[in-house]
Design a protein around this ligand. Structure first.
Ligand code: MG
Length: 369
């Protein structure tokens, strides 16, 4: 399979409300949509970094630069038999995993469409529906958070995750347990703490959290292993798991008991599958995280989460949770706590061409030869 052309669209999607985490906030969803063509076939992927370098070092400007000046010129020379080969072709480009994921996922979409199969089918998915968990940002007081959690539980979400940061950690968790009792609850610190805060995590131990996500440094494994040895609650790594090697090393030293896979963070579906297979072999349970991407990127997440190693609810949420209008149809819908895995050819959702062209404020096109 050869790629004839690649187009980049910088899109901006209105959000229902800002999403606040310990390291920054998101008030509109901007991302780079990557369109690849091969003969009559078209595939779409998405690079969805945060608006600033506060989740990882990448931004919209860096992913555009890497795609335009390095990745696309290389991709137009590839002759691929399988999209798993993309990652190997890109090993000469260090890091920049969100940029890589944009073209890599587009090639998976195109390749699965050529076979007339859904992504879930070509990757060996076993689930048709993915339990959906809600991720709630940082609130001004526990009661307001509690009111929001009540709405989410009524809406049927399969679990609740709240973002924490120093000063907003034990108290909101204590409040939620007191108000709602036992329900699937986990916290995510986005790397906001250090080992000096071990008492915070020991205090959280009594609240039966499903997991504590990325409490310490975004590139750290050793301190996480140290912290895990001092608490009972399972640690889950997000930011630190940037590759199969990182997952292998984290598991080897006991830095986590659960792994979160984000397609963007690991550079695409090929690396995500490799991490899935490794963790499954080691008995480490997985779940699928999102940035969140648009409905396009989230649909790749649904396909990935249909694999057997993904046992906890995903961060994939229904379209109307974040977006005023999404760039794909059909919208993702929450039914009985879960979202259907798109089963049409490729990623299984259609990019609204007219919406895409209306959203574009920069378009780049490169053609082979
Ligand atoms: Mg996280």
């Amino acid at each position: 399979m050869r790629i004839d052309s690649v187009e980049l669209y910088h899109v901006k999607i209105g959000m229902q409300e800002p999403f606040v985490i310990s390291s920054g906030s998101l008030s509109a969803r901007e991302s780079v949509v990557v369109k690849v063509t091969s003969g009559q076939w078209v595939g779409y992927g998405e690079s969805a970094p945060m608006p600033g370098p506060f989740y990882n070092p990448e931004t919209l400007e860096t992913v555009t630069h890497m795609l335009k000046d390095f990745i696309i010129p290389a991709a137009l020379k590839w002759d691929l038999e399988d999209p798993r080969q993309v990652d190997k072709h890109l090993t000469g480009i260090r890091g920049n995993n969100f940029a890589k994921a944009g073209i890599e996922t587009a090639i998976w979409d195109l390749w699965a469409k050529m076979r007339g199969q859904s992504l879930s089918q070509v990757m060996g998915g076993v689930r048709k529906r993915i339990p959906s968990g809600v991720a709630l940002g940082i609130f001004s007081d526990p009661e307001k958070l509690g009111d929001r959690v009540e709405q989410c539980l009524q809406a049927g979400y399969s679990r609740v995750k709240i973002k924490i940061q120093p000063g907003w950690d034990v108290e909101p968790v204590r409040y939620l347990r007191q108000r709602f009792g036992d329900f699937p609850l986990q916290v995510d610190a986005n790397a906001a703490y250090t080992l000096e805060d071990v008492s915070v995590f020991q205090a959280l131990d009594q609240y039966e959290l499903t997991m504590i996500e990325q409490p310490l440094g975004w590139q750290d494994l050793i301190d996480h292993a140290n912290l895990q040895s001092k608490i009972n609650t399972a640690l889950c790594l997000d930011e630190s798991i940037t590759s199969l090697d990182a997952a292998r090393q984290a598991i080897a030293i006991g830095a986590c008991r659960i792994v979160n896979i984000k397609i963007q963070r690991v550079g695409g579906l090929g690396p995500a599958l490799a991490i899935h297979d490794y963790c499954k072999g080691k008995g480490i349970p997985l779940w699928c995280g999102t940035m969140p991407e648009s409905g396009l990127g989230q649909s790749f997440g649904l396909a990935l989460a249909s694999l057997p190693g993904f046992v906890y609810p995903a961060d994939v949420e229904p379209t109307d949770r974040f977006y005023v209008e999404d760039l794909v149809r059909p919208a993702l819908k929450l039914k009985n706590g879960a979202i259907d895995v798109p089963m049409g050819p490729g990623v299984g959702v259609a990019v609204k061409e007219e919406f895409l062209s209306n959203c574009v404020f920069r378009k780049e096109r490169r053609i082979a030869g």
